[in-house]
Write a protein that binds this ligand. Sequence first.
Ligand code: ADP
Ligand code: ZN
Length: 721
Amino acid sequence: MSRTRVLLLNAALGPLDYRVPHGMTVEPGSIVVAPLGPRQLLGVVWEPERMPSDAEVGDNRLRPLLAAAPVPPLGDALRRLVEWTADYYLAPPAAVLRMCLSSTSALEGARSVTEYRATGQVPPRLTPQREQALERIADRQGLIRELATIAEVSDAVIRGLVKTGAIEAVEVDIDSPYPRPDPDHGAPTLSDDQRAVADILVANVDARAFQPTLLDGVTGSGKTEVYFEAVAEAIRQGRQTIVLLPEIALTEPFLKRFHDRFGCEPVAWHSGLRSTQRRRAWRAIASGEALVTVGARSALYLPYRDLGLIVVDEAHETSFKQEEGVHYHARDVAVMRGLFERCPVILASATPAIETRQQVELGRYAELKLPGRYGVAEMPTIEAIDLLSQPPERGRWLAPKLVAAIQDRMEKREQSLLYLNRRGYAPLTLCRNCGHRFQCPNCTAWMVEHRLVRRLACHHCGHVLPTPRACPECQAEESLVACGPGVERIADEVTALFPEAKVAVVTSDTIWSPAKAAEFVGRMEAGDIDIVVGTQLVTKGYHFPNLTLVGVVDADLGLEGGDLRAAERTFQQIRQVSGRAGRGTKPGHVYIQTHSPSAQVMQALVTGDSDAFYAAETEARRDAGAPPFGRYAAIIVSSEDQACAQETARLVGRSAPQVEGMMVYGPAPAPLAMLRGRHRFRLLVHARRALDVQDVIRDWLGTLDWSPKARVTVDVDPYSF
Ligand code: ADP
Ligand code: ZN
């Protein structure tokens, strides 16, 4: 009898054994359907010796598998990545596997899917709901359920519209081929420096061996053009490439750029895809037909058939750290996937993380440098504005010098960018009469005023309420005042100063889809925007030759709270946003508004001496035993019931093992003591680099029993704490 072990897509379960019925053949990696109680679940066949099970079932009690999917089995490298991720990040293997099978269409043999779209016909009976639906759906397409979600109506409303002919069915072929990128389509003539670097990267692709490389070059040095040469080589060999981007908003400009270089778009993978697009992409990736996939971090867990290259662009970005579900760091997972697949991994960055530099120091990663900007473009000059000696006028946020510089750009018809990493109008709203502050009912956070949409919003859980006219506490009218600036308030200030200026606010509130990003790029290129006010969303990727001025409204913002990476992050963000200035033939200038111009990070930004900055930061980390010299893990205990959360956290704390080289701090209220209605306590584990912290934590938590009302999650290598 043939017995096989299956990892099911159910995070609460370990792997289970099944019988393989006659006529069915499976091998490790095969995707199968297995019975579990009355249910049928998707799972993957695994080698028993690599996936221990604690539920031993006798041969005679085994249930048979129900089906095997007509798709290629998951490769050995991907299964090793699942095992490694589960082990390293202390996550249930099934939760990791879910990312690999994120399109469960694997099983369906169907080659076409029925989607729906508006026809433009007006139904005979136009109810308000139908009107709303047709307005919101306009030029969208998708499954009934997806259209209903977009339109915020019930499925029945959409079905009704289909009957009237206002919405029609369209058959989408999910196996229709993707165009094949042409490696020689728009190949640029590289400079000598660029050529030398590109040659090495191309040779690495040819070598078909694991080789992590830090591609270190200032913004505008041509890192993208250079790694495109390696991508071209992989395409020539018919092997697959992943390009990871830190932000969906960057996908659209990247697709355009890729099209210019390779004559067609790559396959995109991100959370904004419709289910049909997802299915089509997943199948093409698994069959090996999709040669280049550009996507968010989850693209790392897809079943590529023959991976030849992995690129992580803007590799220093903190958004590569996943903070929900499986807490993984995509930059580090990318390197592991490269190791298992035996392919090169390129980490491109103008401001590499200290962890990455350390790997170079240790000789584990190679480093390739691009010394200067491509062509005639020079690095911008950076100047600090001391807010103490040159303060803005009362009630304003921009210092006179910065205002004068904007004025100058307006006269020259050049573009300016004001950077403030704070969405909305003001971070805090209070009643001038009674002092009432608006706090989120679900989180330890203030409600942020968004004036463009007249709402107060919590940036942690998404709770919103209409901005009230009167104070809910004392009923005073018109008494609410905004404290501090957000981007919308800066935009108001600029509009008041320059009434003729065309001002655009760029945040996740205004650029919430690839189409919106494309629209913004179009307006910038057409000169239809004079001044951009934006959050970190505008700091990366964009190339606007006529943008010559960058103003950092509050350079001190990121230093507040003083966590481990505060100075590094501030340095990276301001360098990145500075990199938007003067990318064409005109020189760029950057002003940094700060209360502490003599702080080391501000000095380093002004002088451009990043080596000195990194050296000092690295020393400070070494002294503190902080990463990369030591390690942290955060254990977060949460519950809707505060007492239960606290008790469980105490229980975890009391049971902490005594281990040489390891310290446990807490429990203490977590930095966000309440989040989405859950009370949170945190224990912080600090250990020597060499200690196997995961093993210690596994043993420690494995022996404990806690209330089902409490949840305990571990964040290995936490980012913000
Ligand atoms: P980075 O990724 O380092 O910021 P990019 O690759 O975006 O740099 O290059 C900056 C700009 O210079 C882009 O518009 C790019 O097309 C252009 N560029 C870089 N290298 C070349 C080249 N060899 N030939 C033509 N244009 C180039
Ligand atoms: Zn909230």
